[in-house]
Write a protein that binds this ligand. Structure first.
Ligand SMILES: Cc1ncc(COP(=O)(O)O)c(C=O)c1O
Length: 366
């Protein structure tokens, strides 16, 4: 029998997503799936036009607005299709085919966003860097750029933008799939933010889009109605059946985050968790971290051993100890520990101890 290595059971998952959820949230979800209220209906059976779902959605929105201090000029849209769909839907909603947008390329996910955007608009790569965030002073924004797209956390590469710049007239559009709700943000420079829920605030199925009102009304005719920001804004995200279950789970996650002290406390937890691992990496003979130190991610900690065989040995031994899903992104190799909002500090301490022990008992690099 495997030993229990967390309050949840015999394994700790460091997966890039879906992520672990807090036990309290899982228990609320279990209860609501069994019976939503005294009527015996399950949360899975609530009609989307009814008052029960309306309350679930409006509470979610109120908590999101409170956590992010969103001014009224920003609309909150609850969509589906994941962040990947937004890579193309953002330009389709905001730009004509001859309009230009600037993109900052910082790793795997921003490259995917650029490839999708290139299919439907003009793209200028304002700056490009591997394993680092290019300094804002070096970004070259074309004068006609309608927006500048950034990726808050490069989940495959282990780099993160720790401070979002204000670019004057050019609004930021940001993929915050791996970092929304992990710390306070100043919303003012942003025209639009999008994020899938399954890493930091719930279960797969919900894609949150937060858009400044003045950017609505531009969708191209070919955008299907459920992905048209303007139509979704004018129907309260009910053009068609919303992902009710995922909205419910996300609502419970936001309440949990508020009970835990809000986003400043979430940021402090991210800092403490990631510091435990970077501390071991920096003191070790075996591990190297490709990311530039100042840009290291507090969400996805990526590192390598001296060769692929040692990466494989590390992963096999980790798996045997119940430390699961630590393989790096398939295009990057190495090791990756994702430390999303519900990751317990104690779980990270167990991984840090294992890393230290592996470093001490295995031959280092030549
Ligand atoms: C930064 C980032 N953007 C986008 C995506 C794609 O998200 P989804 O699979 O929900 O479309 C991911 C998934 O890992 C990601 O990490």
């Amino acid at each position: 029998m495997a030993r229990r290595c967390s309050e949840r059971g015999t394994v700790i998952s460091f997966a890039s997503g879906p992520a672990v959820l807090p036990p309290e949230v899982l228990s609320e979800v279990r209860e609501a799936v069994g019976a939503w209220d005294d009527s015996g209906q399950s949360v899975l059976e609530l009609p989307f036009g009814g008052s029960d779902y309306a309350a679930i959605q409006s509470e979610f929105e109120a908590d999101a607005r409170a956590l992010l201090s969103l001014p009224p000029a920003y609309r909150v849209l609850l969509l589906q299709g994941g962040a990947f769909a937004q890579f193309r839907l953002v330009p389709l909603n905001l730009l004509r085919p001859t309009d230009r947008a600037a993109y900052v390329e910082t790793g795997y996910w921003s490259a995917r966003a650029i490839a999708e955007a290139r299919e439907v608009c003009l793209v200028a790569v304002a700056a490009q860097a591997g394993a680092a965030i290019p300094p804002v002073a070096t970004w070259q924004l074309p004068r006609d750029a309608v927006y500048c797209h950034v990726t808050g956390n490069e989940t495959a590469d282990g780099v993160q933008i720790h401070r979002f710049p204000a670019l004057g007239e050019v609004p930021l559009v940001a993929d915050l799939t791996a970092d929304l709700f992990t710390g306070p943000i100043d919303i003012q420079p942003f025209g639009l933010i999008y994020a899938s829920a399954q890493k930091n605030f719930g279960a797969a199925g919900l894609t949150l889009v937060i858009v400044r009102e003045d950017l609505l009304g531009r969708a191209r005719a070919e955008v299907p109605a459920p992905f048209d920001y303007t139509r979704q804004a004018s129907t309260g995200s009910r053009v068609n059946t919303p992902p009710i279950f995922s909205v419910f789970v996300a609502g419970r996650m936001l309440k949990w985050l508020r009970r835990q002290g809000g986003l400043a406390a979430a940021a402090a937890r991210c800092e403490r968790r990631s510091r435990m691992l970077y501390h071991v990496i920096d003191a070790s003979r075996l591990y190297t971290c490709p990311a530039r130190a100042a840009d290291r991610s507090r969400i996805s900690v990526c590192f390598h051993l001296p060769d692929a065989a040692q990466d494989a040995a590390f992963l096999a031994e980790a798996q045997r100890r119940g430390l699961w899903h630590l393989a790096g992104h398939p295009t990057r190799g190495g090791i990756r520990a994702c430390l999303y909002n519900a990751m317990l500090e104690n779980s990270v301490a167990i991984l840090a101890d294992f890393m230290r022990e592996f470093d001490e008992t295995h031959p280092g690099r030549a």
